[in-house]
Design a protein around this ligand. Structure first.
Ligand code: PCA
Length: 158
């Protein structure tokens, strides 16, 4: 299948990365076209944490001078894939998204869409919880399909 004409760059830092629980969304051809470009880190620092009883990775926007340069992967995706990613991330109800610069390990700066939270409880800003690189783990296992069962309160109470 050929990709749609227009490609979008998306930086993934959470469950969409290689080896993580939602990576299959990017590799499933039925979802559209996706091409791995390179690994990279965000030029800006962001707070990234694993939160809620579902252990969801959240990158927080609008939190100046906190957090780390975040490690992740840059993909070029077509509009069909982008729409599917929006659906997975429950955009714009749960995650929002914005464009930021990512320093690629290929030596280039990439302007990428990044899924993040613009509104979140104050508790999410406790510094000791921030990480620079997400990995699913036995200690904090990601709970798939949480959107099917959770209430909005569930999502914001950790
Ligand atoms: N999926 C998106 C946002 C957080 C998540 O788990 C990603 O991997 O970038």
């Amino acid at each position: 299948m050929f990709p749609d004409k227009r490609l979008f760059q998306v930086f993934v830092y959470g469950t969409l990365k290689k080896g993580e629980p939602n990576h299959h969304w990017l590799t499933n051809k039925d979802n559209g076209f996706a091409r791995f470009e390179c690994k990279g880190t965000t030029e800006k620092k962001f707070p990234l944490l694993i939160a809620t009883k579902y252990n969801i990775p959240f990158l927080l926007d609008n939190a100046p001078d906190t957090g780390h340069n975040i490690c992740g992967e840059v993909y070029s995706v077509d509009e069909t894939m982008f729409k599917n990613l929006d659906e997975l991330e429950d955009y714009p109800e749960l995650y929002d998204r914005n464009v930021f610069n990512v320093n690629g390990l290929d030596g280039n700066s990439h302007q990428c869409w990044i899924y993040l939270l613009k509104k979140y409880p104050d508790e999410f800003l406790k510094k000791e919880r921030f990480i620079s690189e997400y990995k699913d783990s036995v200690e904090k296992p990601y709970c798939e399909n949480y959107l099917d069962t959770c209430t909005p309160e569930d999502l914001y109470n950790s």
